[in-house]
Design a binder for this molecule. Structure first.
Ligand SMILES: Nc1ncnc2c1ncn2[C@@H]1O[C@H](COP(=O)(O)OP(=O)(O)OP(=O)(O)O)[C@@H](O)[C@H]1O
Ligand SMILES: [Mg+2]
Length: 228
């Protein structure tokens, strides 16, 4: 079973009288444990694709099947539960809560699960250890560097051990050293947890790590390559 499968996935935005095909009949599937990336020029549909697969937005046409489930049949509440269970998001703007510590930010997705305080603490510290930030658990985002904040966002995305991790330009605000650092961490998580990663990126550093590179242009898949 594919973890993710799209069938004729199409998203049209209307701007006055013109139609923009952000995605144009995209047929892709992803198997468990893939480390794949969408590349292509600005406006080619990468973010739109991640939004559809993350069930943050609905297709105009076509289907998105995640973990065997046809997602258009989910209502808003079911979609939220489904996301919470299976999907971790790592976005360019880290979206951390500024008044929460690193620990509390990572703990947040676990609050809705039925775990004891001790179990939660263990899982949070384990996730912070995976991104080498256990020693900064009590720091707030404003006290952390950009790279450290991005690593907190990664810890938050992995703390529930999701099957799928969607990462939109995760290195955009990082220097080279921190970019390689978070990429090593994500590759490690991919290997250890067998989570399926899909990136959207322009960054050559990210592209070097990909095992599959999918090129979009004007909302269409123009190339789908296995790397190395
Ligand atoms: N809410 C919206 N309303 C109208 N058009 C939109 C909307 N969101 C995206 N688009 C258009 O859809 C197309 C695809 O956008 P998308 O954000 O997916 O591109 P992208 O490949 O992620 O680009 P970038 O590399 O710049 O992030 C673009 O032409 C964009 O202008
Ligand atoms: Mg984008």
């Amino acid at each position: 079973m594919s973890v993710i499968k799209t069938e004729n996935l199409t998203k049209i935005y209307r701007m006055g009288h013109t139609k923009i095909y952000a995605l144009d009949h995209v047929n892709l599937s992803f198997e468990k444990g893939e480390f794949a990336g969408l590349v292509g020029p600005s406006g080619s549909g990468k973010t739109t694709f991640l939004n559809m697969v993350g069930i943050l937005d609905k297709p105009t046409e076509g289907r998105v099947i995640v973990m065997g489930k046809e997602t258009s049949s989910l209502n808003q509440k079911e979609a939220a539960l489904f996301r919470r269970k299976y999907i971790g998001f790592i976005f360019q703007t880290f979206n951390l809560f500024p008044h929460y510590t690193a620990f509390e930010n990572v703990e947040f997705p676990l609050l809705l699960l039925d775990l004891s305080t001790e179990e939660r603490k263990e899982r949070v510290m384990e996730a912070l250890e995976m991104v080498n930030l256990a020693h900064r658990a009590n720091s707030k985002p404003s006290e952390l560097s950009g790279g450290e904040r991005q690593r907190v966002a990664i810890a938050r995305a992995i703390v529930k051990r999701p099957e799928i991790i969607l990462a939109d330009e995760p290195t955009a605000n990082l220097d080279a050293k921190n970019s390689y650092n978070v990429l090593d961490i994500m590759a490690d998580i991919n290997e250890k947890l067998k989570a399926t990663f899909i990136f959207a990126t322009h960054d050559e550093k990210v592209i070097k790590y990909l095992r599959r590179k999918i090129t979009l242009n004007d909302g269409k898949v123009v190339k789908d390559e296995v790397m190395k």
